[in-house]
Design a protein around this ligand. Structure first.
Ligand code: PPS
Length: 288
């Protein structure tokens, strides 16, 4: 990738300079986790914004006030981003936090805490398509080139937060035991209510049937797309240009089929399979 100055390199990982700084990464390194923190981890474009919508009402009895009045980046901040030092210490507990960080770069207090982790995975082919469009609309990311060129970069890990396969593997087979829950974007699409029930059980919380119905309805793609606190319409057009592509773009599984030629599909599948070999991690989309 050409050095456009758009990225900073932190421990070998590229991150957008607009949203990450030496200061914010120092804050991450020294961050003190609390035992009741809920930490949602994703590779970019795998369901982060969705978790920022889901977690607050699940943690506060189904109250939708926070998701209707506070922008997603301040309501459930990214641990590594520049907003974190400004808002994280002021958020009442239990705090929900998101992150794209790999396991080995977590701060020491994470390992000593009982903070629970929800790791969301999405079919890498749809992650790639989503990321391709995101690079076109976000001025803080470089031009993705053609879809084929961007695919090569993605497979080489020459993109923000590195290789998809490294990210997925590093958050598996850990000593975290019942501190970590694995869910997929595709499961959320198929049965959002069921996944929210799973998350509630994992967090040891309950909601009435009616409250849960309201949260599920609020967190549908259609409703999130019109929520100005979550659809990034508050961000100036010079930073995110929704005329080029919406942030909440399609919200489906399988859009990759509109972009992959048969040859590209074979190449991509083989490359991912090779990297995942021996990991014993199986995903529903592996059978497709
Ligand atoms: S980021 O930049 O890493 O924070 O992006 P992230 O939020 O992880 O991923 C963005 C994609 O998630 C889709 N999304 C949803 N899909 C279905 N239902 C809901 N409620 C929802 N919320 C966000 C969003 O549309 C992006 O995917 P694409 O495929 O581009 O539409």
């Amino acid at each position: 990738m050409a050095d456009t100055g758009l990225y900073l390199n932190y421990q070998g990982l590229l991150m957008p300079r607009l949203t990450h700084s030496e200061e914010s990464l120092k804050y991450l390194e020294k961050f003190t986790f609390k035992d009741d923190d809920i930490f949602a981890v994703t590779y970019p474009k795998s369901g982060t914004t969705w978790m920022q919508e889901i977690l607050p009402p699940l943690l506060n009895g189904g109250d939708l006030n926070a998701v209707q009045t506070i922008p997603n980046w301040d309501r459930v901040p990214w641990l590594e981003e520049t907003r974190a030092p400004l808002v994280l210490d002021k958020i009442p507990s239990p705090r929900a936090i998101v992150s794209h960080m790999p396991y080995h770069l977590m701060p020491q207090t994470f390992f000593n805490s009982k903070a629970k982790v929800i790791y969301v995975t999405r079919n890498p082919k749809d992650v790639l398509v989503s990321s391709f469009h995101f690079h076109k609309m976000a001025s803080f990311l470089d031009d993705p080139g053609t879809f084929e060129e961007f695919t090569d970069r993605f497979l080489a890990g020459n993109v923000i937060f590195g290789k998809w396969t490294d990210h997925v593997k590093c958050w598996r087979n850990l000593d975290l035991g019942d501190r970590i829950l694995y869910i997929t974007y595709e499961e959320m699409l198929q049965d959002l209510r069921g996944v929210l029930e799973q998350i509630l059980t994992f967090l040891g919380r309950q909601l009435s049937g009616d409250a849960l119905d309201r949260v599920v309805d609020h967190c549908t793609f259609k409703n999130m797309k019109t929520n100005t606190m979550s659809n990034y319409s508050l961000v100036p057009e010079g930073i995110m240009d929704c005329n080029k592509s919406s942030f909440l773009r399609k919200g489906v599984a399988g859009d990759w089929k509109n972009y992959f030629s048969p040859e590209l599909d074979i190449k991509f599948t083989a490359a991912i399979q090779e990297e995942m070999k021996g990991s014993n991690i199986k995903f529903p989309w592996d059978e497709e």
